[in-house]
Structure formats: structure tokens, C-alpha cells
Design a protein around this ligand. Structure first.
Ligand SMILES: NC(=O)c1ccc[n+]([C@@H]2O[C@H](COP(=O)([O-])OP(=O)(O)OC[C@H]3O[C@@H](n4cnc5c(N)ncnc54)[C@H](OP(=O)(O)O)[C@@H]3O)[C@@H](O)[C@H]2O)c1
Length: 333
């Protein structure tokens, strides 16, 4: 049975593709002409060149596909709304359209727990998708809504996963960027790092997605994903700093102050059209000050979510990767 993975040049889609190929699955990936696929070199994978921005380029990718894992998307805490909209909303709609026309049997959509809008208490899947006006949160919410619309209108068999904080080799958001800040002694600890980090080791994320996509119980359902462990940001950053032999962050800020600073920096950045991204963004601050310990009972019950890779092992593999050529390129010392 043919499997299509979008976003295979990225962190999550790349690890998923490698795992599927290791198990002898028949895998095709959708990649842009500019996508970097060195991690798939030498593997028996079919590559179809296309982009979510061009619906016609998606038709050859979905032809004959049984299961589709939609991992492509713009995952960032800062950027132009149009870029988020095109990748996460318009791109998802285009893919849903061609997938449904091609008779895809299962569409696994990678959403995010950010769609809840960073509520004060971590919630379960019954919490509504909530737009708090940040581009990633808004675009992922609209993208997921498109998945539900297609499911309701056409009966396309969809399953949605909402991972929290995925870490591991090739992670830019929760590994490379934090490591780079620790190297430069610029990592800021917010509210003492006391909230649940919602960590999900990459291989555990991949195993969960595969279990969700192959279970008959999960059609038309959404699932929060994180490892069933209680690790705070303080624990995680301390483990990373110790492993890298760098000091624990000395810059500490209360969450409310960080949020106000982020708002100010974002406004300044936009008004002055500054390049790059602000030092602090509301998105990054919310992740660090609002618990990411979203309920996972539903995933545990419906497809047996577990963490085959422990936190200790996950950290050991992450630290080993940071020492590789790729790790040193993504997190310069
Ligand atoms: N990382 C996390 O902790 C996390 C947590 C929750 C949810 N998620 C979700 O998981 C998914 C994957 O995230 P990630 O961390 O793997 O991100 P990533 O490493 O940045 O990968 C993003 C992938 O999407 C592809 N892509 C972006 N725009 C595209 C377009 N217009 N057409 C085709 N491909 C396009 C990229 O291709 P190029 O290489 O060509 O740019 C890349 O392969 C995203 O949907 C994200 O929202 C991630």
C-alpha cells in the first residue's frame, strides 16, 4: 500500500519517512525542488516534486496513495501572515481536494496543540480551536478546520494529531535554537521554567502517528500527543545545558514581563520592518509559560500511545546529534 509523506525534508516528516522505509513500506514523498533531502539519500523512496502552492503539482503525488501523512507546513513563531496562510491553510485545502479526488483511504493531518490558543490550563481534545491572533496558531487552526470540513462534506477518512513539543535530532525549535542560545549564554528562563514542557521524543511522535493512522477507531478523531512524562522546561533546559556542559540560564523573567516585552518587540519589528525576528515573540513566550501538559488519555485509550524512547534515552540521542556535523550546522557553537 502506497504511503505519501508531505514535509519529508523537515524534522517530523523526515523521521517518519525514515521509519516507514526501515519497515519496508512503499513510500513516496512530496518535496519542493528546493527541498533538502540528504537524510533520505540512498533510501528506496519515490520522490515527487511539487508544492502545496500548486494544486496541479500535487495530483501525481497522491495518485494511487492509500495513506497520506500531511507533515508539511510552516512551523515558526514569526513571519508574514500570507506565508502562514499559503502553507498551512491554502496548501492543506489543495491537498485535501486532490487526496479526496484520488480516493486516499486515510488522511493523517499533523495539527498542533497550539490550536487551543495557549489556555491557562492544559486541556483535552474537547477544548475548541481558539484563534488568539498569532499567525501560527491562527493558520494551523484554519488548516485543521479545513480537514474537518472536508471530512464532513466528502467523508474523506481523516485523523488529526495535535503534538505538543517535539524534540530530538534535527529539531530546530526545541533543540537547535535552545542549544544555540545556551552556547551564547542568551537563553532566558521564563517563570522559573516551572510549567510542563509537553515533550514528545521524535521517534515516539512517529510511532504515535503510525498507530493513529492505522487504527480503525481513529477516523474522524483528534488526538493530543506528548510523552506520558512530567518534565518541566526547567528540567529540560537543565538536562540540555548539563549535556552540553554549559551553565544553566542566568537570565530570568516573570512571564507577564516577557509577554509585554514580546508584544513591544513585535510591534517595533513590524513598524520598522526589521529583518529577522524579534528576540522574544508572544508565541515562544506562551509555549514557555503555559502548561504544555495536554491530556493524552484519548490517544492512550484509542491507539495505545506510549513512549518507547524514555526521556533519558531521548536526551542522550539528542545530545549525540548536536555533536554531529548536521547538529553543529543547525546549532552553531
Ligand atoms: N516540531 C514540533 O515541535 C511540532 C509540534 C507540533 C506540530 N508540529 C507540526 O508538524 C509539522 C512538521 O513540523 P516540523 O517541525 O517537521 O517542521 P519543519 O522541520 O520546518 O518542516 C516543514 C516541512 O514542510 C515543508 N513545506 C513547507 N511549506 C511547503 C510547501 N508550500 N509545499 C511543500 N512543502 C512545504 C518543508 O519543505 P522545505 O524543506 O521545502 O521547506 C518541510 O519539509 C508542521 O505542520 C507543524 O505545524 C510540529
Amino acid at each position: 500500500m502506497k504511503i505519501l509523506v508531505t514535509g519529508a525534508s523537515g524534522f517530523l516528516g523526515g523521521a517518519l519517512t525514515q521509519a516507514l522505509l526501515r519497515d519496508g513500506e512503499d513510500v513516496r514523498v512530496l518535496a519542493r525542488a528546493s527541498s533538502r533531502l540528504t537524510h533520505l539519500e540512498g533510501l528506496p523512496v519515490e520522490i515527487v516534486t511539487g508544492t502545496l502552492a500548486d494544486k496541479e503539482s500535487l495530483r501525481p503525488a497522491v495518485a494511487g496513495v492509500h495513506t497520506l501523512y500531511h507533515c508539511a507546513g510552516l512551523s515558526a513563531d514569526w513571519g508574514a501572515w500570507d506565508a502562514f496562510y499559503q502553507a498551512n491553510v491554502a496548501g492543506t485545502r489543495a491537498l485535501l481536494d486532490v487526496a479526496e479526488a484520488a480516493g486516499v483511504q486515510r488522511f493523517l493531518h499533523v495539527s498542533t496543540s497550539d490550536v487551543y490558543g495557549y489556555p491557562p490550563e492544559a486541556c483535552d481534545e474537547t477544548h475548541p480551536i481558539t484563534d488568539v491572533g498569532l499567525p501560527y496558531n491562527r493558520s494551523k487552526g484554519l488548516g485543521e478546520q479545513a480537514v474537518w470540513d472536508w471530512h464532513a462534506r466528502t467523508g474523506l477518512p481523516v485523523t488529526v494529531v495535535r503534538p505538543a513539543s517535539i524534540y530530538g535530532p534535527r529539531s530546530k525549535d526545541f533543540v537547535a535554537e535552545i542549544a544555540a542560545l545556551l552556547y551564547r549564554r542568551q537563553m532566558v528562563l521564563l517563570d522559573g521554567g516551572r510549567v510542563h514542557a509537553g515533550l514528545l521524543y521524535i521517534d515516539n511522535a512517529v510511532a504515535a502517528m503510525r498507530a493513529a493512522a492505522t487504527s480503525p477507531r481513529t477516523v474522524g478523531q483528534a488526538y493530543n500527543l506528548r510523552d506520558p512524562i512530567d518534565i518541566t522546561w526547567r528540567d529540560y533546559i537543565a538536562a540540555l545545558a548539563a549535556g552540553l556542559q554549559r551553565p544553566f540560564p542566568w537570565i530570568r523573567l516573570p512571564g507577564g514581563v516577557a509577554l509585554a516585552l514580546a508584544r513591544g518587540m513585535e510591534t517595533l519589528h513590524r513598524r520598522l520592518r526589521l529583518p529577522g525576528r524579534p528576540l522574544l515573540t508572544r508565541h515562544a513566550v506562551y509555549i514557555m509559560i503555559r502548561s504544555q501538559g495536554y491530556a493524552i488519555d484519548k490517544a492512550q485509550r484509542d491507539f495505545g500511545l506510549t513512549a518507547p524512547v524514555s526521556f533519558e534515552e531521548g536526551m542522550a540521542r539528542t545530545l549525540a546529534w548536536l555533536d554531529t556535523e548536521e547538529g553543529r550546522r543547525m546549532a552553531p557553537r
